[in-house]
Design a protein around this ligand. Structure first.
Ligand code: ATP
Ligand code: MG
Length: 573
């Protein structure tokens, strides 16, 4: 995908060392999202890391849905997540679900019970919490901890048969209630949940807990390096405890089911890395969901959302830019917050090369070139890309009446303003130099028209074509202009850390009320022909994309991807 060498990082080094020591015949990784929401750009880091490592070392990477919580999961997310991974340019070796392994995980639980290291507990959730202790105080044993194996087997079978109500019983590992690591204080392995599952329907009413399902899934898929974010560091002792108790690669009672599923288990190793955080955003599926359900944005594919495929594609960010951004961010164990503007810079760099140039005016002011005849009309040839001749040219109609950007004219200009001013000269892109002779105002003293003369000697091929003036502005022929809806998106939050609720505010209190502005713009004619999702630079304004849903030739709709410069950095100064 890219010719630049892969930057090294500690996980890549572990893989290199493991291969050098012959620890694995091949590398296997997985990306394990829970299908309880759309992905965000944070997940893109995990995707690039897992798929990237597998690709680089000739390994395989599975896409595995960690679907152990049926109440929160939905097939809509299952589909969207697959699209996201593909949109980022990756291909999974196999598509799996933790729920594909419910039978295997169940048999593993039976082994733990038989080995006397798991028990059925009748404590309620509240009572379990009371027994758990705190960071400074050890927990207390459940009164059910020493149940005989036979009774545990019987109760667990009856849990599975649906004899008990939700929450009335759990299966718990028997580890150590006085462990300094709370994850080892007899953690729950199974709970009763009489809810249909998006993959297994009503086949089960007991579901494995995430930690238990995750480690067994990794092991049965033969994952070699199980890469996850730092919050799972404290879970690693439980991960390793499960592997010590359950050598799934050597358990005869799993053989038929492993065969049926075509799985070759091995012992995985969990390695943690820090999450990707970006300023001016929230990065949690749950919070993003509240933005959608609270109508703060127009759905998951709103361009202001940090969801890779749907929104980044809708807003036009190329997948290459996202991958470069993530590659440059590196992989470490240090928590940090990256600047959103770094991501935008990658997008700009990518689009600078990729996007053809067009002219559009988003806040139009009429200019009349009074020394041209009323009927004057010509067709100018303009390059589609200033740095790439192979992108060809297009013809742009030019006539006596034009639209220019309202902010490109000032009656009383501040110092250093080099655009159109009364009595001053400015270059019209691709035309020549015009002089502003006269302004027309309405009864409110607002300028409605600017009358100019065109200096014919400065036109293409004429003696004065090279004459210098300070400013060049863009324009659109009024007679030929195409009227279009343009959506100017801005950041969703006004503060860098919307999650900071020290002052009693939540991220919702920091939403940017002006994060979208819809305007009626005037576009050059050629834009009628572009297909939805085409990305272009509107000269001097920014990068725009034809909306993938609403754009039509007779009713164009463009979204702004980003401005040409980082306007937030300027504002902060
Ligand atoms: P959220 O809290 O937003 O729901 P999550 O971590 O619960 O995210 P999962 O579906 O469990 O979402 O995540 C799938 C994988 O993506 C996990 O391995 C997780 O560690 C990783 N991941 C999630 N968020 C980030 C992030 N910001 N940076 C890097 N990896 C992430
Ligand atoms: Mg999660």
């Amino acid at each position: 995908m890219s010719d630049t060498p892969t930057p090294n990082h500690f996980i890549r080094q572990i893989v290199i060392d493991d291969l050098a020591h012959g620890k694995h015949a091949g590398i296997a990784t997985r990306f394990p999202p829970e299908p309880n929401g759309y992905l965000h750009i944070g997940h893109a880091k995990s995707i690039c890391l897992n798929f990237g490592i597998a690709a680089e070392f000739n390994g395989r990477c599975n896409l595995r849905f960690d679907d152990t919580n049926p109440a929160k999961e939905d097939p809509e997310y299952v589909t969207a997540i697959q699209e996201d991974v593909q949109w980022l340019g990756f291909h999974w070796a196999e598509l799996r679900h933790a729920s594909d392994y419910f039978e295997l995980i169940y048999r593993c639980a039976l082994k733990l019970i038989r080995d006397g290291v798991a028990f059925v507990c009748d404590l309620s959730a509240e009572e379990v919490r009371e027994h758990r202790g705190t960071l400074t105080q050890p927990g207390r044993n459940s009164p059910f901890r020493d149940r005989p194996v036979a009774e545990n087997l019987d109760l667990f079978a009856r849990m599975k048969a649906g004899e008990f109500a939700d929450g009335s019983h759990t299966l718990r590992a028997k580890i150590d209630m006085s462990s300094g690591n709370i994850n080892l204080r007899d953690p729950a392995l199974y709970r009763i949940r009489k809810v249909d599952h998006q993959n297994t329907g009503d086949a089960w009413c007991i579901y494995p807990m995430y930690d238990f399902a995750h480690v067994i899934s990794d092991a049965v898929e033969g994952i070699t390096h199980s890469l996850c974010t730092l919050e799972f560091e404290d879970h690693r002792p439980l991960y390793d405890w499960c592997l010590d108790q359950l050598p799934v690669w050597a358990m005869p009672e799993l053989a038929d089911e492993l065969d049926r599923l075509g799985l070759k288990p091995s012992r995985p190793r969990q390695i943690e890395f820090s999450r990707l955080n970006l300023d001016f955003l929230v990065m949690s599926k749950r919070k993003l969901l509240t933005l959608v359900t609270g109508n703060h944005v127009n759905g998951w594919d709103d361009p202001r959302m940090p969801t890779p495929c749907v929104a980044f594609a809708a807003v036009g960010s190329p997948a290459d830019a996202i991958r470069n951004f993530i590659r440059n961010a590196g992989v470490t164990k240090q928590e940090s917050v990256l600047e959103f503007s770094l991501l935008e810079n990658e997008v700009r760099n990518d689009l600078d090369v990729r996007a053809e140039r067009r002219m559009a005016v988003i806040d139009p002011l009429k200019v009349v070139i009074v020394n041209l005849a009323d009927s004057h009309e010509e067709s100018l040839t303009m390059a589609n890309h200033p740095k790439d001749e192979s992108r060809g040219t297009r013809s742009v109609p030019f006539s006596r009446e034009l639209w220019i950007e309202r902010e490109d004219f000032m009656e009383v200009p501040p110092k250093g303003y080099h655009r159109m001013v009364p009595g001053g000269e400015v270059r019209l892109r691709g035309v020549g130099i015009v002089k502003c002779e006269h302004v027309v105002k309405n009864s409110n003293d607002v300028v409605t028209e600017v009358h100019c003369t065109l200096d014919g000697s400065t036109r293409h091929g004429m003696s004065g074509a090279d004459r210098k003036v300070k400013g060049t502005i863009h324009w659109v022929s009024a007679k030929h202009a195409l009227s279009a809806e343009v959506r100017l998106y801005d950041r969703l939050f006004t503060v860098a850390d919307p999650d900071d609720d020290n002052d009693g505010k939540t991220y919702r209190d920091h939403l940017n009320p002006n994060s979208v502005r819809v305007v009626n713009a005037q576009l050059e004619t050629s834009l009628a022909r572009v297909a939805a999702e085409t990305r272009l630079q509107f000269e001097r304004l920014g990068y725009f994309v034809a909306d993938r849903v609403d754009h039509r030739a007779d009713q164009p709709v463009f979204n702004r991807i980003c401005t040409l410069r980082d306007s937030w950095a300027k504002a902060a100064k």
